[in-house]
Design a protein around this ligand. Structure first.
Ligand code: FE2
Ligand code: FE2
Length: 157
């Protein structure tokens, strides 16, 4: 069996940005993915009650997708509100990531391919998330705060 490297992100180690509500959303998402990762590992280790595990994984994926949608919407609104010049690049990354996540969730619902899901949750998504927060989110928050956005304020929606 080949060894599989799992990337588990952690709230202390992911990059922090200059706006509280963005960090809070990221932390919530890390919690959701950690819970999902634990269920996937259980599924992979448990030979007997896979249906049971699958029934727990599916609703978590739905919640994650909804959370991601709201996360991206709030950041897109912030960019528009503050006239962030790289809006098309940042929101384009959101669009691509959301399309990919939707495809993964839909595929899981159809065929329960745990290998595909595990690769996404433990490799593809953490790498994407870390890079995205460290580049697009970081610069968006910096720009907003430099242009007068209160870093401690709540999102406008
Ligand atoms: Fe973000
Ligand atoms: Fe973002």
């Amino acid at each position: 069996m080949t060894s599989v490297i799992k990337i588990i992100l952690n709230k202390e180690r992911i990059p922090h940005v200059d706006i509280d509500f963005m960090n809070n959303t990221h932390f919530e998402e890390i919690d959701m993915v950690q819970e999902l990762g634990e269920l996937i590992t259980e599924y992979q280790q448990n030979e007997t009650s896979k249906e049971n595990e699958a029934n727990k994984i599916t609703p978590l994926l739905g919640n994650w997708l909804q959370h991601t949608l709201a996360h991206f919407d709030r950041e897109n609104s912030l960019m528009l509100e503050t006239n962030f010049p790289m809006y098309p690049v940042h929101s384009g990354e959101h669009d691509n990531a959301l399309a990919e996540m939707t495809r993964i969730v839909t595929t899981w619902e159809l065929d329960k391919d745990i290998g595909m899901l595990a690769d996404y949750v433990f490799n593809v998504w953490p790498e994407w998330f870390n890079n995205h927060v460290n580049s697009m989110d970081m610069i968006t928050a910096q720009f907003a705060v430099m242009n007068g956005f209160d870093p401690h304020s709540l999102p406008s929606k």
